[in-house]
Design a protein around this ligand. Structure first.
Ligand SMILES: Nc1ncnc2c1ncn2[C@@H]1O[C@H](COP(=O)(O)OP(=O)(O)OP(=O)(O)O)[C@@H](O)[C@H]1O
Length: 385
């Protein structure tokens, strides 16, 4: 997974209005096939996306992300539930009548048509007056920086350029809703980084367009989305702002999927407000005990919990350092700007933790080290049922 670092959505967008959602999924279930061969691809899926909001659907392969997009675009028919665009129920409307822009990983450009013809295609299908088409094509190509390539054929373009054309084609119909299904998955890591930055610019240029963005790359979701929906096994696991999901993951699945957090078994001690003392191995550490979400049990003294701490928040030094947990290095992988250490911590049998240390760290395997937690060691997450 790439570690794209670009400015966060809050920096590029203002507040989102949820009072009149652009997209509503209301208890949408999609089942492919029947009987023994039935696959429940989406189960009881609820989501509202505000006008101008970008929501990323993030989850492992097969978790139902694309199916949610297909249900909205009209390419998969819900078995039950409704899909609305604004105040209009579109559950049974054909895809072409929904006015949604769709961009998929494979570009889906017509190989025999020039760039401008590809972009014009959707406009003709939407019965845009002939006199307006050239202007709308030029406007869409301008938005994605492809004006100079209007007369080329798709095969004369790079993958990134083809994807820009596919985005222009989706934008040309001036959709209120834009769906992007893994739009950068076919690009190499370097190009993905620059295209994430371009998509951020596009979001700024389209303040009223709601976007639903499917990805399994957490860095794209963090960089682009106002909110992230985490999916697993056809269901929505968590939904919140990227910042909240990252800093206070409501479930261990989200904690692990979004940023690969360490989830260290601990015992809850004293709790005052949102501060707790927890026991990890032989050490007592201060931790954040976030308000549990509705329906979840409180943090009670003596109960088991998981301490969520990101690998980069840990520091590793000599084993004799005061306040450090003693550990043994079991793996060290240099990643360029940092080294990922895997550590077996004394007093935590069967639990390996990961720590990122700057640069090409000189830790030999089996070295004894001391692991230090930050002043607030981490945030508590419920043990999964
Ligand atoms: N047309 C289909 N017929 C039968 N099963 C399908 C069909 N499309 C998807 N599925 C199944 O539905 C489930 C959800 O698939 P979906 O494509 O929505 O997942 P995804 O989260 O988008 O995965 P990926 O990240 O791999 O694209 C999977 O088990 C998949 O095999």
């Amino acid at each position: 997974m790439s570690e794209t670092k670009v400015s966060t959505p809050a920096a590029v967008k203002g507040a989102v209005d949820y009072s009149t959602p652009a997209i509503i999924f209301d208890r949408v279930t999609v089942t492919y096939g029947r009987g023994k061969n039935a696959t429940h691809a989406l189960v009881d899926f609820n989501l509202k996306v505000g006008q101008g909001e970008t929501v990323a659907l993030l989850g492992p392969s097969g978790s139902g992300k694309s199916t949610a997009l297909k249900a909205l675009a009209g390419f998969a028919r819900p078995t039950s539930g409704t899909v609305r665009l604004g105040d209009k129920d579109v559950t049974n409307l054909p895809p072409a009548k929904r006015g949604i822009g769709v961009v998929v990983q494979s570009y889906a450009l017509f190989p025999h048509m020039r760039v401008s013809e590809n972009v014009a295609f959707g406009l003709k299908a939407h019965k845009v007056p002939r006199a307006d088409i050239a202007g709308r094509v030029a406007e869409a190509l301008e938005m994605v920086g492809m004006s100079a390539y209007a007369t080329r054929l798709p095969r004369e373009l790079s993958g990134g350029q083809q994807q820009r054309v596919a985005i222009a084609r989706a934008l040309a119909i001036r959709p209120k809703v834009l769906l992007l299904d893994e739009p950068l998955a076919a690009q190499d890591a370097q190009l993905r980084i620059s295209m994430v930055a371009e998509l951020q610019q596009l979001r700024k240029a389209l303040p009223d367009t709601a976007m639903l963005y499917v990805t399994h790359d957490q860095s794209e979701a963090l960089a682009l989305a106002d909110r992230i929906v985490v999916m697993r096994d056809a269901k929505l696991v968590d939904v919140d702002t990227a910042d909240n999901l990252w800093t206070r993951p409501p479930t261990s699945f989200t904690a692990a999927f979004l940023g690969g957090a360490n989830l260290i078994p601990c015992t809850v001690g004293r709790v005052i407000g949102t501060s707790a003392l927890v026991t990890v191995g032989d050490s007592t550490l201060p931790a954040e005990a976030p308000q549990p979400s509705v329906g979840k049990t409180d943090w009670s003294p003596g109960s088991s919990a998981l301490l969520c701490v990101r690998p980069h928040a840990l520091t590793v030094g000599p084993p004799t350092e005061a306040g450090a947990l003693r550990a043994r290095v079991t793996a060290a992988v240099w990643r360029g700007s940092s080294t990922r250490l895997t550590l077996a911590v004394a007093g935590l049998p069967d639990q390996l933790i990961e720590a990122d240390v700057p640069g090409q760290a000189q830790f030999a395997l089996e070295n004894e080290v001391g692991v230090r937690f930050p002043a607030v060691a981490g945030v508590l997450v419920q043990v999964p049922a």
